[in-house]
Design a protein around this ligand. Structure first.
Ligand code: 5GP
Length: 128
């Protein structure tokens, strides 16, 4: 069972931004930038291009809605999107508010207190 499935089942906590029957979005715990969010299908699958075309399109549709909410909440040049999965083998889309190329490079990290994570997740969630 992946760490993200444990988040989905509530076994471990997360700062939730949005959810429907098939997907969940929560803040990345080690973010590149403020508002860095992960969009995850509830059905555990390792690699994004092993999804059916339909499941892939649904994931993109949900990610689109989450990205709109992030854009409304946080000033940034644009919301960037990345799919990696080398650390957690459970499909997830990274949505990252970008102001500089460094924000999408997964080298520079920013830290927040629990309260800041809670407030941020709530703010994005309200715009979803
Ligand atoms: P990737 O698999 O795409 O290379 O990276 C996995 C991402 O998931 C990383 O950005 C990492 O910070 C994030 N991550 C790993 N474990 C957890 C967790 O338990 N909770 C949350 N919210 N994010 C996590």
């Amino acid at each position: 069972m992946s760490i993200f499935t444990k988040i989905i089942t509530g076994e471990i906590p997360s700062y939730k931004v949005a959810e429907n029957a098939d997907f969940i979005a929560f803040l990345d715990i080690n973010p590149n930038a403020k508002g860095h969010t992960l969009v995850v299908p509830k059905k555990e699958e390792n690699k994004i291009f092993d999804l059916s075309k339909e499941a892939y399109a649904s994931l993109m549709g949900f990610s689109y809605q989450v990205a709109k909410a992030i854009e409304k909440t946080l000033p940034c040049k644009r919301v960037g999107m990345s799919v990696i999965g080398l650390e957690v083998p459970h499909v997830h889309v990274h949505l990252i508010p970008l102001n500089a190329m460094a924000d999408i490079q997964f080298m520079q990290k920013v830290t927040f207190s629990k309260e800041e994570f809670v407030d941020l997740a709530e703010a994005i969630s309200k715009n979803f």
